[in-house]
Design a protein around this ligand. Structure first.
Ligand code: PLP
Length: 425
């Protein structure tokens, strides 16, 4: 006899009231309760449909409730959730193998978030600095770039090149410095005897979808080689096919020493990855070091790993990385064509399905009028009213990061709405 299932109708106001009464109010949320998702679509508790061109900060890499991920997680849920990292489990190793094969042959440490992954990278870099000290002792300084975002933990917020993130949390962890993004001379200048690593987003995400010039990443690689420093690529936004390559550093034909992943890698489940080249990963090798240098209890838990391992299977099987490249190129071309005719659009940046539209409110003929337009969030809000979810960053940049599974029709339909809002239609 089957069990009766009861579905409780969600009362949006009750959810919002409970949130307001019992939850930490960290996030400026819309007064909408999302109830379910399917593919590129979300549905709120009133049944309103949204085309999701942001996928929850890019984490829904394969869209909502992808059937293969649902099956992988459901099957795993019936077998084993968590065994602890003193024991081997199969899903972890499958994911590690996929990352290694598609990347640079590195070894993966699993955790829960981008901040977590970057912390693991910073600690590893400090160990590296101990093994190769400078004249003044162990090297420990890590250089990052202005406009970057690496997380909100104590280490990552000081690596983040946006001062508002760390304001109020002093005294801060020392050993971090920022130089302007896309400026190799500034980077070269900042390196001293105590510098051990550079952390960089191959394409800056929170900073406004900023794509560096062709020589930047290769130049950083050379600088790191010359100074025996580690190049850490923060691929939390850009990893796993988002930009039309498995990992964004591959656009520049270089390899990092360490790569960090989160957001999309879990397909919506919490997964962070710190993947290091074997030479560097040795410093976390408990067989060689004789001690555990870094760990986290639930890192690599079976459910998250089953989803992430399956996500790579689907990327491969459905050729979604090439799809992202192609769809993104078409969307950027279309948006650039619009920009030529629309004074309200200043610039369009994008690689694969990671796209930024920089608005130009003050320009002559701009339809972004002071009567309604304060910043790009106003456009985001209007798109949401019309059932299209996008995001904004840095005040004047709209961000699109749709699922890699999105169809041409859906993407076109979403861009139609964005263009209508921008042009005041
Ligand atoms: C490039 C980058 N690195 C790290 C992080 C931090 O990731 P998480 O929010 O999972 O801690 C973010 C978050 O936006 C990010 O964009």
């Amino acid at each position: 006899m089957g069990m009766a299932t009861t579905t409780r109708a969600i009362k949006p106001q009750a959810v919002i009231d409970l949130h307001d009464r019992c939850m930490s109010l960290n996030y400026p949320r819309y007064p909408v309760v999302m109830e379910r998702g399917q593919g590129s679509r979300l549905y709120d508790s009133n049944g309103k449909e949204y085309l999701d061109l942001f996928a929850g900060f890019g984490a829904g890499l394969l869209g909502h409730c992808h059937p293969d991920l649902v099956n992988a997680v459901t099957d795993q849920a019936k077998k084993l959730w968590h065994a602890g990292n003193l024991l081997h489990t199969d899903p972890q190793t499958r994911l590690a193998e996929a990352i290694s094969r598609h990347g640079f042959g590195g070894r993966s440490f699993f955790c829960h978030s981008g901040a977590d992954a970057n912390e693991a990278a910073f600690k590893l870099a400090r160990l590296y600095g101990q093994t190769l000290p400078g004249p003044a002792g162990p090297r420990y300084k890590i250089i990052s770039t202005t406009g970057s975002f690496h997380g909100r933990s104590f280490g990552t917020m000081v690596a983040t090149g946006q001062t508002t993130v760390r304001k109020g949390f002093e005294p801060l962890l020392t050993g971090f410095e920022q130089v302007p993004y896309n400026d190799l001379d500034a980077m070269a200048e900042a390196i001293d005897d105590e510098t051990v690593a550079v952390i960089v987003e191959p394409i800056q995400g929170e900073g406004g979808v900023n794509i560096p010039s062709a020589g930047y990443l290769p130049g950083l690689r050379t600088l790191c080689d010359e100074h025996d420093m580690l190049l850490i690529c923060d691929e939390v936004w850009t990893g796993c096919g988002r930009t039309g390559k498995y990992f964004a550093y591959q656009h520049w034909a270089i390899e990092p020493d360490i790569m960090t992943l989160a957001k999309g890698v879990g397909g919506g489940l919490p997964v962070g990855v710190m993947c290091a080249s074997p030479r560097v990963a040795e410093l976390y090798d408990c067989r060689k070091q004789g001690v555990v240098k870094h760990a986290t209890t639930l890192g690599g838990n079976c459910l998250s790993m089953a989803a992430a391992a399956k996500l790579f299977d689907v990327l491969e099987r459905d050729d979604l990385v090439a799809h992202a490249l192609e769809m993104g190129a078409r969307a950027v071309e279309r948006l650039r064509e619009s920009a030529r005719q629309t004074p309200a659009i200043k610039r369009v940046r994008g690689v694969g399905l990671f796209i930024g539209i920089e608005l130009a409110p003050g320009t002559e003929g701009s339809t972004l009028e002071p009567a309604w337009f304060e910043n790009a969030k106003e456009v985001v809000d209007r798109c949401m009213e019309r059932g299209v979810l996008i995001n904004s960053t840095q005040g004047d940049v709209l961000r699109l990061a749709p699922p890699l599974t999105i169809s041409q029709d859906d993407l076109d339909q979403g861009i139609d709405v964005i263009e209508q809002v921008i042009t005041g239609q």
